[in-house]
Design a protein around this ligand. Structure first.
Ligand code: GLN
Length: 453
């Protein structure tokens, strides 16, 4: 907590720091150690976690980064949070995000701008920027985020930490504020693959409160890690790795491309077989994603009607109530997405936009399936550039959307992907981190986490 107090004025990772609750829970753990012994405690006893503020936490503010939920304190924990707590983890605070997860820099929060711990003039990425910066600045050990189109992986890359987007359905979405339900997943951040794998094993698994959660067995992911200490022992022997050709060409920062190539060379030295692979529908994913995500958001966000949750407004009739609560409670980007989504779903435009985007989604899925028959893992950068300056893209939404090119396809296909730091480019005083994305087949998180690089 003292580290949070010291670093928070410049990093601003948290919308809410749970000081008194965290101290109370830690004291309770101490009491249990005294009476029952250490072994009686859960596997994560005392581990401090940060939780993205679009995940519900009982009796703690949960705003989704939006004014419309100011003052909202849910009565229950999201399933992923409940499972962490049952394992003994302590929620140390709620982390900042772009409003309802819509954005790539965390500048879209209604409350504050989070900075990148590597260079405070730069963005931490987004939308889970607060969860990434909190781990990067060592304000907590691990954190939870959500990933609809890259919101765990891109901030992990910008902040130099590990970020894992599980397979769609691997982790329950119960208690996660819905953005685009067919794409949303709860993901994990840590400062090592091993930490990240450990919390995945705790939060994953079927949940009767989310019918899309999978009942597939949950492995002990961390126990699958191999040691990469020695190049001679070739620990990745036989692993087939495909570099996605379309992700290293035009529009990608040359320093990023160099780091990724160096990382793949390293993977080759460790025994894997590395080849290039082309995914022809790769570039179609971005426009399809923005149509589908906005369409689903326009429907999901209709629940914020000024009556059920959060901020109360007074109004004389229903129109005024909606007008007052939504006009003042929702931010510009969110309104823009609701408008885009409503438009794409409207009679007369549905076939041209929504239906077309669904067809592209099928194509994207198919091209990943084909490539993953030949390769165990596909790799790419997590983002076309390292962290950029605060304010640089805020007035140019298309440029910001274009930065999601590396990640959105993975959500369209529902696949798992892990981002690990793999190098640096020039910038800031110490260089800026670059992240390598490793994409696997559905439920192959074990293969993705195997190498703690
Ligand atoms: N940047 C993307 C968007 O704005 C992805 C966000 C996310 O994964 N939540 O939609």
């Amino acid at each position: 907590l003292s580290r949070i107090r010291r670093t928070e004025p410049s990093v601003r990772s948290f919308i809410h720091v749970a000081d008194s609750e965290a101290v109370r829970e830690a004291e309770e753990l101490d009491r249990r150690i005294a009476s029952e012994g250490k072994d009686a405690l859960g596997p994560l006893a005392g581990v401090l976690v940060g939780v993205k503020d679009n995940l519900c936490t009982a009796n703690m503010p949960s705003t989704g980064g939006s004014r419309i939920l100011e003052g909202y304190r849910p009565a229950y924990d999201a399933t992923a949070v409940r499972r962490l707590r049952e394992a003994g983890a302590i929620v140390v605070g709620k982390t900042n995000l772009d409003e309802f997860g819509m954005g790539s820099t965390t500048e879209g929060s209604a409350f504050q701008v989070t900075t990148n711990p590597w260079d405070e003039s730069r963005v931490p990425g987004g939308s889970s920027g607060g969860s990434a910066s909190a781990v990067s600045a060592r304000q907590c050990v691990v954190s939870l985020g959500s990933d609809t189109g890259g919101s765990v992986r891109q901030p992990a890359s910008f902040c130099g930490v590990v970020g894992l987007k599980p397979t769609y359905g691997r982790v329950s979405r119960f208690g996660l504020m819905a953005y685009a339900s067919s794409l949303d997943v709860v993901g994990c951040f840590g400062s090592s693959v091993s930490d990240t794998a450990t919390i995945l094993s705790v939060v994953a698994g079927h949940d009767k409160m989310d019918s899309t959660s999978s009942s597939q067995n949950v492995p002990d992911y961390a126990s699958e890690l191999v040691s990469l200490d020695s190049l001679e022992s070739k620990p990745l022997n036989g692993l087939r790795i495909g570099i996605i050709q379309e992700t290293l060409g035009e529009g990608v920062d040359s320093g990023v491309a160099t780091s990724i190539k160096a990382a793949t060379l390293h993977l080759e030295q460790l025994g894997s077989v590395v080849e290039e692979v082309s995914l022809p529908s790769f570039s179609l994913g971005l426009p399809a994603y923005y149509i589908l995500a906005s369409s689903e958001a326009s429907s999901n966000l209709s629940r914020y009607d000024g009556i059920r949750y959060g901020r109360q407004v007074s109004a004389d009739d229903l129109n005024e109530l909606y007008g007052e609560s939504r006009s003042n409670g929702l931010g510009h980007e969110v309104k823009m997405r609701i408008l885009m989504g409503t438009y794409a779903l409207s009679a007369g435009y549905y076939d041209a936009y929504y239906k077309r985007a669904q067809q592209v989604r099928t194509l994207v899925k198919k091209s990943f399936e084909d490539a993953l028959k030949r390769f165990d893992i596909l790799v790419s950068p997590a983002a076309p550039s390292a962290a950029y300056k605060i304010g640089e893209k805020i007035n140019d939404p298309l440029a910001m959307y274009a930065g999601d090119i590396m990640t959105v396809n993975v959500n369209l296909a529902g696949l798992p992907a892990l981002v690990v730091p793999c190098g640096f480019v020039e910038g800031g005083s110490a260089g800026l981190p670059v992240g390598l994305q490793m994409i696997g087949s559905p439920f192959s998180e074990v293969t993705c986490v195997i190498a703690d690089i």
